[in-house]
Design a binder for this molecule. Structure first.
Ligand code: CA
Length: 391
């Protein structure tokens, strides 16, 4: 079977670091989209690609059952590294792995990187996203077209590195000439819709051209995330283009250098990793009963009584579902702060780590002290809230 292969990755227009990694080493192909503070997401996705490569070398051939073993081995390694190094705590990655065996395409999948098939002009998403919004779609709480644009679409319910073991989805399809397979990180699907993806895949004359156009389209739409695409076009017998001819098909995993530049501190909220411990969500009525571990997102916010506190999770609610847990409440009140800061705290100030959150708290302590000093305030009084909130 003649296959034209292209693989490309791009940091996008907003992020400083590309946390995606990919493998395009026929017959094995993978996209991994890392998450976690600082360098950790980058490292998690690189480990996934490296372990899968090593496993495939030491345990060929990659039968469907072995594919799952490769992914689980990668999961185990990431999990162990995350637990052995505080800097890597909370890291994780998606992994969508494809193995070509003649005209059979075997998929193993965890997370929200996607596998699509374009066949006879129709685009089908082969993988199901392991995301909170997909769960809500499955339950009829959200329309599918709302899911791609939902502000919390990046919350994933399954990832490598979160637990000692991981459940892996599988799929096998039989390919026919004219088929086009696409593996892509969510930096593509969160920026452009399936209609645009279909159009580009259907029209592009080659895999490489399709890959270039998809990345360009994601960047034109804002490029808010790293974007990675791998495209496999199954050629008719007569077509001359060969898999090896594609200049973009990098036979090696992307960078394995773990000393990449650090992301600026506090740059933005990383993809939040939510692990659903109790799958009672499936019952539909049970959001309240569901338990979540919200691993690697922090913010400084206010309690209902307006005390400043540090939370793990995110300030927003989704369909009435609270995704935060208070880890420390201070004795400072929002109203003790200069007015300029109050709104931010009430909205929730996102932080990269617990340490960053503590730093913000410590800053606030100084602000409140200065604000409370005579002449330092803006005249409408420093302290308010007479029930002794001052620290
Ligand atoms: Ca991503």
């Amino acid at each position: 079977m003649n296959v034209d292969i292209a693989a490309r990755t791009d940091v996008g227009r907003v992020r400083q670091v590309n946390e995606d990694s990919y493998l395009a080493d026929g017959p094995l192909f993978a996209v991994a989209d890392g998450m976690g503070g600082h360098l950790a997401g980058d490292i998690a996705s690189q480990i996934a690609v490296r372990i899968i490569t090593e496993e495939a070398r030491s345990r060929p051939p990659a039968t469907p059952g072995l594919l799952e073993d490769y992914v689980r081995a990668a999961n185990r390694e990431i999990w162990e590294r995350a637990h052995g190094d505080p800097d890597l705590s909370g890291m994780g990655t998606t992994c969508t792995l494809l193995y070509l065996d003649g005209d059979q395409a075997h998929l193993a999948h965890v997370g929200d990187s996607r596998a699509y098939l374009l066949r006879a002009g129709e685009l089908t998403q082969l993988s199901e996203d392991h995301t909170l919004v997909q769960r809500m779609v499955n339950e009829g709480r959200l329309q599918p077209e709302e899911a791609n644009r939902h502000p919390q679409r990046s919350i994933i319910t399954r990832a490598l590195g979160v637990d000692a073991d991981v459940e892996v989805d599988h799929l096998t399809i039989t390919l026919t000439p004219g088929d086009r397979l696409l593996l892509a990180s969510d930096g593509l699907s969160s920026m452009i819709g399936d209609g645009d993806i279909k159009e580009i895949l259907a029209r592009a004359p080659s895999s490489d051209e399709a890959a270039r156009q998809l990345i360009a389209a994601a960047n034109e739409a804002g490029g808010e995330d790293n974007v990675t695409v791998i495209i496999l076009s199954v050629l008719d017998e007569g077509e001359l283009r060969t898999a090896a001819a594609s200049p973009a098909a990098d036979p090696q995993p992307r960078a394995t250098d773990e000393d990449a530049p650090r992301a600026p501190r506090g740059s933005r909220l990383r993809k939040l990793l939510v692990v659903v411990l109790v799958l009672s969500l499936l019952a539909g009525a049970a959001y309240a009963a569901a338990r979540y571990t919200i691993d690697n997102s922090w913010f400084v916010g206010a309690t209902e009584e307006r005390y400043i506190a540090i939370y793990r999770g995110i300030p927003d609610e989704i369909a009435g579902l609270t995704l935060k847990e208070k880890v420390r409440e201070t004795t400072m009140k929002v109203d003790d702060l200069p007015p300029l800061f109050r709104e931010d705290v009430l909205d929730g100030i996102k932080e990269e780590s617990r340490e960053d959150a503590e730093e913000t708290i410590s800053n606030f302590k100084d602000r409140i002290r200065d604000f409370g000093e005579p002449g330092a305030g803006d005249g409408d009084g420093g302290k308010s809230g007479g029930e002794g909130g001052g620290g």
